[in-house]
Structures are given as C-alpha cells and as structure tokens.
Design a protein around this ligand. Structure first.
Ligand code: 2AM
Ligand code: CA
Length: 255
C-alpha cells in the first residue's frame, strides 16, 4: 500500500494548494439537485486532477467520483477509487472551513485505504485496513465501546430527525445536538470520540467511503438508519456511532 499512500499524500498537497489559492479568486457556483446542493469550478478542478493523477500512476484502476469526471461505473469489482473532491461544498462556499477532500481505495467492494483531508485546518486522517487509523501521522486510539448516549453529543441532519421523530428524545437523552455540514468530518468526530453518533437521511457513497473505513477501523459501527448494511454503490441513510450508542439508538429510537 506504500505507493497508494504516497500517491494520496502527493495528491492532497497538490489539490490542497489549488483549493487554498481559490480563496483569493471568484468561484463559479452552480446548483445541482436543489438550491443547497452546489458544485463549484474547484470541485470539478480537484476531481479532474484526481482522475488524471490516478490514471498516470494506476492505469488499471477505476474511479467513482461525485462530479462524474471519470467513466461511469456500475460495480466495485477490482480496484476502485471513490472520491469526493470537496465534501461540504456549501461550507466551502459560505465559510471557507468545515470541508474536506475524501478519497478511498476499494478492492472488490472492500475498503483497503481511506484518507480525509480537512484542508483549511491542515488535518489529514488516514487508514490502511487492519493497520489502525492516524491523524497527521499519529496513531488514533480506538473508541470506548462502553460509552453511553448520555455521555455524548449527537450529530444529526434535520432530515434524519424529520423522518425519525423519536430522535428528538435521543437528543434529549444525549448531551446535546451539533451539526457541521460535511459528512466525512462528522464521521471523523465520531471516530475520534468527540461525538457519540452521526445520523443522516441521505448520503452518497463518496460522502462516506473513506469515513466508514476509518470509523470502523477505530471500532465504530456503521449502518443505514434501519440497521442494515451499506452497499457502497448506493445512496442512502447513514448511522455511524460508538458501539453502545449505536445499539441504544437502534433499539430505543430508530425501531
Ligand atoms: P457535499 O458537500 O459533497 O454535497 C451536508 O449535510 C452533507 O451531506 C455533506 O457531506 C454533503 O456532501 C452531503 N450531501 C449528500 N447529498 C446532498 C445533497 N443532495 N445536497 C446537499 N448535501 C448533500
Ligand atoms: Ca462533494
């Protein structure tokens, strides 16, 4: 995995510099599915750069990305890179913080390497499956499996609460509600034990491909909101939580 790790590190450096430089320029912004679902010229530029760099170094690998800059794919057979060039585009546009680049390498549907770069902060989360997860090169400790809902903050999209109204009671049973607007970052807050769970009603594979791998490596449980496993080719709901919190949410608030 050394070549892949070096590749991602070099890509983050190159793409991060382009993103930071874009803060000085006027963004070209288009809407996609709705007025809050945005894409900018920088999202497209970063994904185009990623596709170019992968094809230079791994010509037999395929790419599955949010902005469709690579060929369409309908299976995860063989090596597939899943990329979100900017996760949290609305934050990128409105706040220039709380956004990431998220990349993961899946082989035959199984995550083998994942990395998330919180560009504005300079934080890089990485994980090679089975070898632990790291923040800026420092090994992260696994989450505490015994922590309860009452011990932790919760992160939930309003759409997740609207479609599961009993989650209001889960929020009351927790230490409070937070919302950051970038799924990959919200996954990392659970993975590093800063919050007990993150719930969203509808995320795409590229929003969670790296986050799921890293969170699971640190002992978190990741499923759909109904407790079913996630198919990495499909959009859908997402629940990532510390083990005990996951059980409590499913047993008492989501069933
Ligand atoms: P994005 O910034 O890459 O679009 C915001 O709550 C989180 O949900 C972000 O990670 C955002 O990813 C993701 N998301 C997924 N589908 C979305 C949609 N249709 N509109 C806005 N955000 C979406
Ligand atoms: Ca995106």
């Amino acid at each position: 995995m050394d070549k892949e790790k070096q590749f991602v590190s070099a890509f983050f450096e190159e793409a991060g510099a382009e993103i930071m430089a874009s803060f000085e320029e006027k963004l070209e912004i288009e809407t996609k599915s709705n007025r809050n679902d945005l894409v900018t010229n920088i999202d497209k530029q970063v994904e185009t750069l990623f596709v170019k760099r992968v094809l230079e170094q791994f010509p037999d690998h395929r790419i599955f990305g949010e902005e469709g800059m690579a060929a369409e794919i309908d299976s995860l057979e063989g090596p597939v890179w899943i990329v979100d060039p900017i996760d949290g585009t609305l934050n990128f546009v409105m706040q220039q913080k709380n956004f990431t680049i998220s990349v993961a390498l899946y082989i035959d549907g199984m995550g083998v390497y994942g990395a998330i770069y919180e560009v504005e902060k300079g934080d890089i989360y990485t994980c090679e499956k089975g070898c632990g997860a790291y923040l800026n090169g420092k090994k992260l400790t696994p989450v505490n499996a015994d922590d309860t809902l009452a011990d932790h903050l919760l992160v939930a999209n309003l759409s997740a609460i609207q479609t599961n109204e009993r989650l209001w009671d889960a929020v009351k049973a927790s230490r409070g509600l937070r919302l950051y607007g970038a799924a990959s970052l919200e996954y990392m807050y659970v993975a590093t034990g800063k919050v007990g769970a993150y719930m969203s009603a509808n995320l795409a594979p590229w929003d969670i491909a790296a986050g799921k791998m890293i969170a699971e490596e640190l002992g978190c449980i990741v499923t759909r909101l109904d407790g079913s496993p996630i198919n990495m080719l499909e959009q859908g709901s997402s629940l990532v939580a510390l083990p005990n919190v996951h059980k409590t949410l499913l047993d008492s608030y989501l069933s």
